[in-house]
Design a protein around this ligand. Sequence first.
Ligand code: FE2
Length: 292
Amino acid sequence: MEQFLNLEQIDFYNENGYLVVEKFLDDNSIAILKERTKEIITAFDPKELKVFTTENQESHMDDYFLGSGDKVRCFFEEGAIDKNGVLAVSKEKSINKVGHAMHDLIPDFEKIAYTPALYSIAKSLGLKQASIVQSQYIFKQPKIGAKVNPHTDSTFIYTDPLSCLGVWIALEDAEIENGCLSVIAGSHQISLKDRFVRNKANTGTEFVNMGGDSEDWNLQKLEALPVRKGDMVLLHGQVVHASFANRSKKSRHAFVLHLIDLDCEWPTDNWLQRSETLPFRVMENVVYHRFG
Ligand code: FE2
């Protein structure tokens, strides 16, 4: 197998906990992702949300979220759905993201996610039995797209031992003005602060401390990572990163995948779970037998 990343890139990632790879995704693939996602939103019936928003809104939205690990579900900006489960603004204007299993449920997403290039990257960065556990299409809507506070992805995509690799692909140019990523280089060396888990009753989520402390994050060192359409940012699961709010008139779409090593344990209280009918797949098998 031809190695996609060169040694210099691998060294940079290991030292800094992130790596920008320019021009990873071609324009045609980007157009396909955009088109398919548009179709998902057009087909989405807000009545589906009504089930989750009547009576106890918060707990029902938790069900909607907790059940999304093996489905394609639409998530809207806060305040976009009123008490009756009706969208206050149009779907297109208030959609926040679509997640979390498009890569295993929609053939066009599958083709773009399961490539020899990404598999090679996962291998080079130490995943022995790589698996894509989550996909998200993130809209950072013009004017209203909120900032994302500093966090680590291993908090949300946890394995024992840690193995999360974030793959963030810009589907549009991302600058400070429309909400690009920022990262603290080298912060992947700091111990993990917490895990985001299902509560004991399995009705919601909570954070569990893992010993690390966000006091150790030197937020002054967050540096902006502006990238062009098609560029990819690889993020170590423990690297501290954030993203700016979108105060501009331009949207900022991104396609994000999270990979783990299946040799590591996936705890049953991780928020993201799969049903038996759609287990996590060994990436190598999908990549090389997709057309078989
Ligand atoms: Fe993240």
